[in-house]
Design a protein around this ligand. Structure first.
Ligand SMILES: *Cc1c(COP(=O)(O)O)cnc(C)c1O
Length: 818
């Protein structure tokens, strides 16, 4: 999707290539590829085999089979000769090579580049600067939060002559990383947002972290930061410093004023005068971020009056790509915040990964961008839509009508504007489809989203799929590469929703899934999950369905085995994969270790089944007090599987470690581990090195606020007695939603606008009352019900598993990619 194409020889010349092997020296490079699952523009693609957690060299055959013919690889990793007709550039380090190429590309542009770093607020400041600068500049900005070592290279690769200013985000988590980012970005204006505790663990000290971030400032013409955050560190930008903060700063922050219409004003002293801006937000982070943007605009020579006017127009940054249940059994992917080529590419990749519906539909607005580049832009869009599995295209806007011939879809409906689309909506007959909404801001796609989303009460469980992926990778880093990983998605993926989670796990190539019941497995199959699935409680009445959907049963007793073998024999099936469960001390399900002799005799005589794996479950893997017992379980398991293995004479997979086992018992990983609660961000020991992220957040809203005088009571049974005049907020969640009654009468807390407020009185079936006295809270405000779920579980004497799995199915699940 680049106008400028480099020849492969030019590309090879930029990199420190050890050697090259060229089959076609005329090949042209336009797109950088690094993920075999996200290929695009294959004819002009250059694939970098990066050596991260998963070694890109292992996917070269895949990528080659998809038609890519240009590769950057590490010496000695693959046999180049087997890929006929392909170009290879062999380097010492493929990431360095990608960064060199990005730096080279960047050096061809002379328009200003703003580089942003900091602990918090980078993405907001980037997006707000884009909003603020758009009237004058054609701004290119890093997509989403592409700010890593790879993300920055890919962002810079987007520079082209359709833009005249770029905003690039730089994120680091460890010492030494900024140097590489700085070498690529070389910003003209360097911006530091804030410094907080994020990623402290990657640095020897807070000072070292600040020093590292400030490396972005080397050679910048202008430096924008707050001395409150730099803690006296030397900011070495050669040019002008524009600062905000305490006395001595360019913008000396005096005070702020909250207006009662949800806005606030920030007053500063600037060049001896008191001036202010008003923004449509009231939280401290927004004030800080807006002030940072203010300083950048002043550095760029903007007039205070223009700045003040634009600040009133700032819009909330919704970077999320949300997936929700739609009407008529549709699923809606709502990415309607912005529409440009790079965010469209990301959303299309996400669409392609989904399998739960037979039809994929894209609703797309006109693309922003000047008329001079229109032809180019629509050619690029057309290329992007290729091979993305889209069946229906619905485009909205006059430009699409002009360029309609470029889009050759079975079904392509064009509408000149939103009004005509909305009029036609009832006739469009959306049914069992996955619908991606992608629209420029002025088209207000949120209307479509609202109309297509299934109605439900406004309690939602938000599930952050990025966080889930992150947690998966954290645990993967603890197991050896040859050890397989089974992900536990029982009980609706610990409450998080089955196929959305399973789909993500499949995309991330876990080896196995496990569910509790056949029904759950059938649902996954229907949603397009092709991974092997183990069923832990294969009910005798559901075995037909199990076979029909190629699910693999856990066999825990002779009666289950008998039953299953009889069915297989009737059907003439042989070698059906089964998983033998042995009880080594949990005393729940499983063959007794003493059954080994009988089991061997049995299995030797029949051909209907073949043992795929043998496993057991640890009763107290997370508890040091029971380590002796766990060792005993491991020893029993070892003996049992050794003996069985010898008798059967063929190999099978052995596994016993759950989440806690993965962390605390590396010697017990055997051939596979079973990851459960850790995937969902919970279950990390105190001294663990793992950095887990919270996956689910349960949210609701304030339905009513009332003032209640002292001495009155709140709720059923008059349990909540008020000692003082109080503000009572009623929220839309009760025990029928999974909010435990034990949270009543002040035991539980919810968070409103960042403040924790306690429950009052008993929890009702659909509602809960909170004591919001002294807190700024309004009807309609969002309430976080489960924030720190481990703490909440403790408060009522249970475990996070119960709280998560107990969130009722009537609570809508909303998935997003942060
Ligand atoms: C639920 C379950 C797991 C996962 O346990 P976590 O503690 O959530 O990691 C592993 N194995 C079996 C048999 C299970 O039932």
């Amino acid at each position: 999707m680049h106008k400028h194409l480099y020849t492969i020889l030019e590309v090879a010349g930029v990199m420190p290539a050890l050697r090259v092997s060229m089959a076609d020296e005329t090949a042209l490079i336009g797109t950088l590829l690094y993920d075999s699952r996200k290929l695009a523009d294959n004819a002009n693609g250059l694939f970098f085999a990066l050596e991260g957690r998963r070694d890109g060299h292992r996917y070269i055959s895949d990528v080659y089979a998809n038609g890519v013919r240009n590769f950057v690889v590490t010496e000695g990793k693959i046999d180049i000769a087997q890929f006929t007709g392909a170009n290879f550039i062999v380097v010492e380090n493929t990431l360095d090579a990608m960064q060199e190429l990005a730096a080279y590309h960047r050096s061809r542009f002379t328009y200003p580049i703003i580089g942003i770093t900091g602990s918090n607020g980078k993405t907001i400041v980037k997006e707000w600067l884009w909003q603020l600068l758009s009237p004058e500049y054609r701004v290119m900005r890093s997509p989403k939060s592409y700010n890593s070592q790879i993300g920055v290279a890919l962002s810079l690769w987007q520079l082209d002559n359709m833009h005249d200013l770029a905003i690039i985000e730089a994120g680091i988590s460890q010492s030494g990383e900024m140097e590489a980012l700085h070498r690529m970005i070389r910003p003209d204006i360097a911006v530091l947002t804030t410094i907080g505790p994020a990623h402290d663990e990657g640095f020897a000290s807070r000072e070292e972290k600040i020093q590292e971030k400030l490396k972005l400032f080397d050679g910048a013409e202008q430096a924008v930061y707050s001395p409150d955050h730099t803690q006296g560190a030397d900011v070495s930008a050669t040019g002008e410093h524009v600062t905000w903060g305490k006395e001595g700063a360019t913008l000396q922050v005096m005070h702020h004023e909250l207006l009662d219409d949800g806005r606030c004003s920030v007053y500063v002293r600037y060049k001896g005068e008191e001036v202010y801006i008003t923004i449509p937000f009231t939280d401290g982070a927004a004030m800080e971020n807006a002030t940072c943007c203010w300083a950048v605009l002043l550095a760029m020579g903007y007039d205070q009056a223009v700045i003040a006017e634009r600040m009133t127009q700032l819009q909330a940054v919704e970077m999320r790509l949300e997936m929700k249940k739609g009407i008529n059994n549709c699923t809606i992917i709502d990415d309607s915040y912005s529409n440009d080529l790079s965010s469209l590419a990301i959303a299309l990749d996400f669409l392609k990964q989904q399998h739960q519906h037979p039809t994929h539909t894209l609703v797309l607005s006109d693309m922003p961008g000047g008329a001079s580049h229109e032809e180019q832009v629509y050619n690029d869009v057309s290329k992007l839509l290729n091979n993305k599995g889209i069946y229906k295209l619905i485009s909205i806007g006059p430009d699409f009508i002009k360029h309609r011939a470029k889009f050759d879809f079975l079904e392509h409906r064009v509408f000149p504007d939103m009004a005509s689309f909305l009029t036609a909506l009832p006739t469009l007959d959306f049914h069992d489809e996955l619908i991606l909404l992608k629209g420029a801001r002025k088209y207000a796609f949120e209307h479509i989203s609202r109309l297509l989303t299934a109605k439900s009460h406004d309690t939602v469980l938000q599930i952050n799929l990025n966080a889930l992926e992150h947690n998966l990778n954290q645990y993967k880093s603890l197991v050896m590469p040859q050890v397989k990983l089974m992900a536990m998605v029982k009980a609706f993926s610990y409450g998080s929703g089955s196929f959305e989670v399973a789909n993500l796990l499949q995309f991330n190539k876990v080896d196995y899934l496990a569910v509790a019941y056949v029904d759950e497995g059938v649902e996954l199959r229907k949603a397009g999950i092709r991974l092997p699935i183990m069923v832990m409680s294969p009910n005798p009445t559901s075995l037909e369905a199990l076979l029909a959907h190629e699910l693999e049963p856990e066999i825990y007793s002779f009666s289950v085995l008998d039953n299953f073998v009889r069915l297989l024999t009737e059907k003439g099936i042989e070698d059906y994969p089964i998983h033998i469960k042995v009880d080594t001390g949990m005393h729940r399900l499983g063959f007794s270790v003493d059954d080994i002799g009988l089991l061997i005799n049995y299995l030797r005589q029949i051909y209907a089944v073949k043992v795929r794996s043998v496993f057991s479950h640890l009763a107290a893997a997370g508890d040091a007090k029971h380590d002796k017992f766990t060792e005993e379980q491991l020893a029993r398991f070892n003996r049992f599987t050794d003996e069985l293995g010898e008798a059967l004479g063929y190999p099978f997979v052995r596994h016993i470690a759950n989440t806690a086992g993965i962390q605390r018992w590396p010697q017990a990983h055997w051939d596979m581990v079973r990851l459960g609660i850790g995937l969902y961000g919970i279950g990390n020991g105190k001294n663990s090195k793992l950095q887990l992220q919270q996956v689910s957040t349960l949210k609701t809203t304030v339905t009513q606020i009332r003032q209640v005088p002292a001495g009155e009571t709140v709720g059923y049974g008059r349990k909540g007695v008020l000692a003082k005049d109080s503000t009572i907020a009623t929220v839309n969640i009760g025990y029928a939603d999974g909010y435990d009654r034990r949270f009543g009468n002040g035991v539980g807390f919810m968070a409103v606008n960042g403040r924790a407020i306690p429950t009052v009185g008993d929890i009702c079936m659909d509602m809960t009352m909170l004591d919001a006295s002294g807190v700024d809270v309004h009807e309609g405000d969002e309430v976080v019900v489960f924030g720190d779920i481990e703490l909440l579980a403790q408060a009522i004497g249970t475990i996070p598993y119960e709280l998560l799995a107990g969130i009722s199915q009537r609570v809508k699940r909303v998935y997003y990619y942060g």
